[in-house]
Design a protein around this ligand. Structure first.
Ligand code: NAD
Length: 332
């Protein structure tokens, strides 16, 4: 039995969590869920968005599955998600985007994996007013150590998964020190992987290339802010936020979550698509070496995507969270 920390989260989080645990249970996953709270719900109930008990569980157990979190204003946190990634040293944010059967999108054969540096860049939160409400500044941090870790993780992934190319995305023509360092580290790391093609592209060009010829990209590695934006773009290429899973991986901890947020506009309405969170849970099953189980559930998802009456409206269906959950269970 696998011990896994489960944080249902806010907004649509509890609905999609119910769906995912039901499907994993039906598929025969042997998991002992250690239930914890974080985010707005935790703040309302316990006066903090990151209770000590949750942090203790996340530090004790190596794997967690986390629903989307809303960070309440005035609770002492800029972002609970960013804090968790930093505290648990989850330096790789991995977001695959692969064309799905039965999902209408502009391209037929997208199959890329985005590696986003998760702990530094512009997201360290060093912002200040130089003059209140008229002049603000924000500092971006890029270190050789963190750059090496994320870029090496991207190459290792490429090597283990028979991928042919790594594309490093940057803005070193303008941000000569921060992005310049990231690019230099990438060029050095690439030398250790002579069988994998390496290219670098400037982020604005990359944004255009991704909507013109996304099928030509394979593994992409980039800094925190660029990765945040480009990975949402990548999910748009294959059907949107409702069908994109993600993982946050460090040296000894891994946290799986969907790319999307808590979607307060549809929370509690039985409209949320649980497939993104379910795909994240499949990345989790693969991580804990339950590959057969993951592939069985993936097959059931692919079959269900053809059943428009069961699927949720965000992907053109007329169903609900409950009908899609039931259909995936029936297709297992
Ligand atoms: P969002 O991803 O929650 O929603 C964007 C749009 O996509 C909304 O219209 C929403 O209804 C739709 N959507 C998202 N997930 C869906 C799903 N599974 N099924 C169907 N439709 C879905 O982004 P937002 O509105 O910018 O953010 C809402 C809150 O979530 C904010 O508090 C934000 O900080 C938080 N957030 C958390 C995470 C995380 O926990 N990792 C990530 C992003 C945003």
């Amino acid at each position: 039995m696998h011990d896994i920390v489960l944080i249902p989260g806010d907004g649509i989080g509890p609905e999609i969590t119910r769906s995912v645990t039901t499907i994993l249970d039906k598929a025969g996953a042997d998991i002992n869920w250690i239930k914890c709270t974080a985010g707005k719900n935790a703040n309302d109930e316990q006066g903090t968005p990151l209770p000590e008990k949750t942090m203790e569980a996340l530090e004790k157990y190596p794997v967690s599955l986390k629903g989307p979190l809303t960070t309440p204003v005035g609770a002492g946190f800029r972002s609970v998600n960013v804090t968790l990634r930093k505290k648990l040293a989850l330096y790789s944010n991995i977001r695959p985007a692969k064309t799905l059967p039965h999902i209408k999108s502009r391209f037929d054969d997208v199959d890329l994996v985005m590696f986003r540096e998760n702990t530094e860049g512009l997201y360290i939160g060093k912002e200040q007013w130089v003059k209140k409400h008229s002049h603000a500044e924000s500092i971006a941090v890029v270190t050789r150590r963190a750059s090496q870790k994320i870029i090496r993780a991207a190459f290792e992934y490429a090597q283990k998964n028979d991928r042919n190319k790594v594309t490093l995305v940057h803005k070193a023509n303008i941000l000569k020190f921060t992005c310049g360092l990231f690019l230099e580290v990438g060029q050095n790391v690439a030398e250790d992987y002579p069988d994998i093609e390496f290219e670098d592209l400037i982020v604005d060009n990359m944004a255009m290339q991704m909507v013109i010829r996304p099928e030509e990209f394979d593994v992409i590695v980039t800094t925190n802010l660029f990765g945040d934006i480009l990975s949402d773009l990548a999910s748009g290429l294959i059907g949107g936020l409702g069908v994109t899973g993600a993982a946050n991986i460090g040296d000894d901890k891994a946290m799986f979550e969907a790319v999307h947020g808590s979607a307060p506009d549809i929370a509690g309405q039985n409209k949320a698509n649980p497939i993104a969170f379910l795909l994240s849970s499949l990345m989790m099953l693969e991580h804990i070496d339950e590959k057969k189980l993951a592939s069985n559930i993936r097959e059931a998802i692919y079959t269900t995507l053809g059943d428009k009456e069961a699927c949720t409206p965000d992907i053109g269906g007329s169903g609900t969270t409950e009908t899609v959950t039931q259909a995936i269970c029936d297709n297992l």
